[in-house]
Design a protein around this ligand. Structure first.
Ligand SMILES: [Zn+2]
Length: 216
């Protein structure tokens, strides 16, 4: 691998690693979170004392707890153990159309999309459900699509040390659909390639062709 490329990879790894999760001891209490929701409701112009809204702060806090549960999970652990008994299989493993719901870090508005993840094994494979699990953990944090794509690729790269990882995410950003320029139905595509997918034209083309298969 050329030195420059190595530098680029290390740089992006550092960026992924530097996303610190606030320790639980430094987080506000449930009650403070509910108060914050109440403040927002009032700021919007709502009467927080009306019946329909009485339990809303509690419900929002509970929903956020679930929608953002990715902060309390370690994606490295979620990949679990890797398996060496692969019967000599060394071709591409592709898991496509992994549905996810995330939230953009700029507006806290949903990002809805699909992730496609492939890797080229180097003697070891992952449990297939673990890939979807990794996507989910990163989706359940505030995201930019670019960052999520890189995080998934580098986490799998790190844990499995395969010959390469390819990640493509296609998603619709509700912050674009619902506000501002109101571009409804437009999807954003991002990719991240490491190792052989990054260096090899054939590997990348194979991945893109496999994704196209079965599409209308
Ligand atoms: Zn946004």
């Amino acid at each position: 691998m050329r030195e420059l490329e190595m530098d680029a990879i290390l740089e992006s790894l550092k960026k992924v690693e530097s996303r610190k999760v606030l320790p639980k001891s430094q987080r506000p209490s449930q009650q403070e979170a509910e108060e914050a929701v109440k403040t927002l409701l009032k700021w919007m112009g709502e009467d927080v004392a009306r019946e329909g809204l009485l339990d809303t702060p509690k419900r929002v806090a509970k929903a956020y707890r679930e929608l953002f549960s990715g902060y309390d999970e370690n994606p490295h652990d979620s990949l679990g153990r890797t398996f060496e008994e692969v019967g000599g299989y060394d071709d591409m493993v592709l898991v496509k159309d992994i549905d996810f719901h995330s939230h953009c870090e700029h507006h806290l508005v949903p990002i809805i999309g699909k992730a496609h993840v492939a890797y080229l094994p180097d003697g070891r494979v992952l449990g297939l459900s673990k890939i979807a699990r990794t996507v989910e953990i990163f989706a359940r944090r505030l995201q930019t699509q670019e960052n999520m794509t890189a995080q998934i690729a580098h986490t799998i790269d790190d844990a499995l040390q395969p010959r390469g990882v390819a990640v493509m995410i296609e998603a619709e950003h509700m912050c674009m659909a619902m506000r501002g320029i109101k571009k409804q139905g437009s999807t954003t595509t991002t990719t991240c390639f490491t190792g052989a997918f990054h260096d090899g034209h054939n590997e990348q083309t194979n991945f893109l062709n496999l994704l196209r298969l079965g599409r209308k």
